[in-house]
Design a protein around this ligand. Structure first.
Ligand SMILES: Nc1ncnc2c1ncn2[C@@H]1O[C@H](COP(=O)(O)OP(=O)(O)OP(=O)(O)O)[C@@H](O)[C@H]1O
Ligand SMILES: [Mg+2]
Length: 257
């Protein structure tokens, strides 16, 4: 099953709500893009769906199970590619392979969890190939890889347990133009079998494969089909003057760091 239900969700930090009273239902397999400017609350919404951020009010259901504020429950169904992966263990030496392997082990239901079998190794090889990480990078220190290579490792990490739902926060950041085209194909293929929810500052990249668009700018929230929402008047409500019409095609000036 591929289903996310968000019910009257209000979420933020401290006493300050960032997003308010948001409700929607998504079913897949499908590709859903969340669009909105910096600070609009896109990452906040994703974190609330994943249970990483406890909402101030409202509920989240994934595949009909309530997962509100519970990342372990949500993690059974959802793979997560976070925005800018720089955590406190950024100096910890770990290879690309080990990062993917550790995710697979974490998701194993049966003991002994620490045993890596032939099937597990095959799965890791398969997923690293799927995301297009060249073989010579597999056993290198993750922190010595390029930004684009790291992004592929993190996608492999999110995918290794074959979740029905994939949440990606800025999957193309640090990926060069040729790599982007490559990654678009990977994501398009995955969207044939998974429900994918992704933020992106360049909506055109995934547009040909996008089933649903969510426009978000804090209290402004709209959900619909790309042909209904990717109109200059709708985009101006969300992006202001950064949305410009160029020869019948909308361009969002990318001021993102
Ligand atoms: N951990 C935090 N503590 C306090 N405020 C936060 C925290 N994370 C985000 N915020 C605030 O919440 C608001 C929304 O941030 P969020 O990261 O959800 O935006 P975004 O739409 O993902 O932006 P971007 O396009 O830059 O990734 C911002 O004003 C930000 O300053
Ligand atoms: Mg963000």
């Amino acid at each position: 099953m591929h289903k996310i239900v968000v019910e009257d969700l209000t979420a933020g930090y401290g006493d300050e709500p960032v997003i308010e009273n948001i409700s929607f239902e998504l079913r897949g397999p499908a590709l859903v893009q969340i669009l909105g400017p910096n600070g609009a609350g896109k990452t906040t919404l994703l974190k609330a769906i994943l249970g990483l951020l406890h909402p101030m009010s409202g509920r989240v259901f994934i595949n009909d199970e309530e997962v509100t504020g519970d990342p372990e429950k949500a993690g059974v169904y959802v793979g997560y590619l976070p925005q800018l992966f720089t955590t406190y263990f950024s100096k910890y030496p770990i290879t690309a392979w080990e990062l993917v392997e550790s995710s697979l082990l974490m998701h194993k239901k049966k003991w002994p969890r620490l045993f890596v079998g032939v099937d597990d190794r095959k799965r890791i090889e398969e997923v690293l190939s799927t995301v297009g990480l060249s073989r010579e990078a597999w056993k290198k220190n993750f922190w010595h890889l390029s930004g684009g290579q790291r992004q592929r490792v993190l996608l492999a990490r999110a995918l290794v347990h074959d979740p029905p739902i994939l949440v990606m926060d800025e999957p193309f950041s640090a990926v060069d133009p040729a790599g982007r085209i490559d990654l678009v194909q990977v994501i398009a293929k995955l969207s044939e079998t998974k429900l994918i929810l992704s933020t992106c500052h360049d909506p055109e990249l995934l547009l040909p494969y996008t089933d649903t668009i969510i426009l978000l700018n804090r209290k402004l929230f709209k959900i619909g089909k790309p042909q209904d929402l990717l109109k200059i008047e709708e985009m101006k409500k969300i992006y202001g003057e950064a949305a410009i019409l160029m020869q019948d095609h909308i361009h969002i000036c990318d001021f993102h760091a």
